[in-house]
Design a protein around this ligand. Structure first.
Ligand SMILES: [Zn+2]
Length: 153
């Protein structure tokens, strides 16, 4: 999903319209204001910005200035020093993009919507399961992850 987003290959409403798909509403389902493009969805959207600012507060980052998907992919490189912290932050950025894309899909296809704080809770639990199941750090603590995730390992 992140790979597709970085190459503007996600089936956003703007891309579907370009392909001639007939859509009733081309605006972003998260904010209902701007046309939905990958750049808008992940960087320009007010809803996404609230989620990113919660992620930033959780990870104690400097404000994230992202104007393109590739800027998001640079966050871990520019805002952390150790190899381990980069690894975790990269995973959290991917998880956040995945959670935003899932929220968008849940609204379109299941008529379900969550608030930014609920999406944030999902990012924390998904990050926890991802680190436990996909990395060699199996014994990370949930409470420590919730407090501050970047010095877990
Ligand atoms: Zn939006």
């Amino acid at each position: 999903m992140v790979w597709r987003a970085a190459r503007n290959r996600l089936p956003t409403t703007s891309e579907l319209l370009k392909c001639g798909v007939n859509l009733q509403n081309a605006s972003c389902v998260l904010c209902q204001s701007d046309p939905e493009t990958a750049i808008h969805l992940f960087t320009g959207c007010l809803f996404s910005n609230e989620v990113w600012s919660r992620v930033g507060a959780w990870c104690r980052l400097s404000p994230i200035f992202a104007f393109d998907v590739t800027d998001l992919l640079q966050v871990a490189e520019t805002q952390t020093n150790s190899k381990e912290a980069k690894y975790i932050l990269r995973g959290i950025v991917f998880t956040t993009m995945w959670a935003l894309w899932n929220e968008r899909n849940a609204r379109i296809f299941k008529d379900k919507s969550r608030r930014p704080i609920e999406v944030m809770e999902n990012i924390k639990s998904s990050s926890y399961f991802w680190i436990r199941n996909r990395s060699r750090w199996k014994d990370i603590d949930w409470n420590n992850l919730c407090k501050y995730p970047l010095d877990l390992i």
